[in-house]
Design a protein around this ligand. Structure first.
Ligand code: ADP
Length: 334
């Protein structure tokens, strides 16, 4: 912890900060924040000058030849004028998280080939089935269905891994969201027809959005498919596009059974399912909404769920028009 005055003079450092940031932890503390040689600390200090909220940042800093990931929280106090910086070394957590991501990606990749092969052979056996051994056809059918489930889980895990690992470097380009929604609805039309679900689309927006079109389409497909899967037969799913001041709001409404209030956040967790048996029966993996959440994040946006039990659910994706990098550029050039 560091306490500074409003002219960046260091008034106090706790022992952990001294041990971590100073060459001689028992010596005198440097007078000014600049002397610690961290642009990240200076950035957090400056940002705090403009707000009374806590400024939170994650950044990489170099200490004694080692790269560390730190979480910096910074807050201004008005009287006396002070800024408090709290720095957490989160290098270990970040490393473990990246090992976990890599592990999931590798395992999923390894599992993909054998499952594809099992599916292929079972499909051939089913095609050649002459109906003389009904048990055999039944069991092959079960093996086929379960292998398909495995394949879906692997595909979803691979999508999640890619989003986690490449999330920040995904390219966003101006595109027309109406076209994206139309393509998504086209992809869901078979499932909707089978269940007798009426799918509608309404848009009061006609413009472009910085997006990754295939990913955004995937997110909308996941939400609409859920509306169909968990909705009642003959029900209704509606996609609505609306402009908010600085973002586009894409909402997917259904008139299904809804989701209890206490579960509205949990449904976005990996493998979380309200009703496991029902989700499985519908071919669900429990990963669809976490993929949507990651896709929202890639677009610097958010997704949230609202619901009224017995009356339906609304999933809302909010995607900003102006991406943070653009803002920085505008800020620098003006
Ligand atoms: P799944 O593959 O099981 O559909 P998701 O991550 O897409 O996984 O959804 C997680 C859980 O949230 C689902 O298993 C279901 O219980 C619940 N859920 C998602 N969408 C809806 C919806 N539109 N209506 C009711 N429940 C839903």
């Amino acid at each position: 912890m560091l306490v500074l005055d409003n002219r960046k003079r260091i008034l106090m450092m706790n022992q952990a900060a001294k041990n971590w940031l100073l060459d001689d932890p028992s010596g005198p503390i440097p007078e000014a924040l600049e002397l610690l040689g961290s642009t990240e600390f200076l950035g957090a200090f400056e940002a705090s000058q403009h707000t009374e909220d806590i400024v939170r940042r994650e950044s990489k800093i170099y200490r004694r030849g080692e790269e560390k990931t730190v979480h910096i929280s910074s807050q201004k106090i008005l009287s006396p004028p002070r800024v408090i910086l709290i720095v957490h070394d989160i290098s270990r957590t970040v490393k473990l998280e990246s090992m976990r991501q890599e592990f999931v990606a590798n395992v999923s990749h390894e599992l993909k080939t054998p499952v594809t092969s099992i599916l292929g052979f079972v499909e051939t056996l089913l095609d050649e089935d002459d109906g003389k051994a009904p048990q055999r056809a039944k069991f092959l059918g079960i093996i086929y269905k379960q292998s398909e489930r495995l394949r879906n889980i692997i595909e979803d895990l691979l999508t999640l891994s890619r989003l986690e690992q490449e999330g920040n470097s995904v390219r966003l380009e101006p595109g027309n969201p109406i076209q994206v929604v139309s393509r998504a609805l086209e992809a869901c039309s078979d499932k909707a027809d089978k269940k007798g679900t009426q799918v509608q689309f309404q848009s009061s927006f006609d413009g472009t959005l910085a997006m990754n079109a295939p990913l955004l389409e995937q997110a909308i497909i996941n939400l609409v498919e859920n509306g169909i899967k968990y909705g009642n037969p003959g029900g209704k799913v509606e996609v609505v596009l609306e402009r908010q001041t600085d973002s586009l709001v894409i909402s997917v409404h259904d008139d299904g059974p809804g989701i209890p209030q206490r579960e509205l956040e949990a449904v976005f967790q990996r493998f979380y399912r309200l009703d496991k048996a029902r989700s499985r029966a519908q071919g669900g993996t429990g990963l669809g909404l976490s993929i949507v959440k990651h896709i929202a994040r890639v677009h610097r946006g958010t997704v949230k769920a609202q619901s009224s039990l017995g009356r339906g659910s609304v999933f809302t994706l909010t995607i900003p028009f102006v991406q943070p990098e653009d803002e920085v550029e505008i800020g620098l050039s003006s």
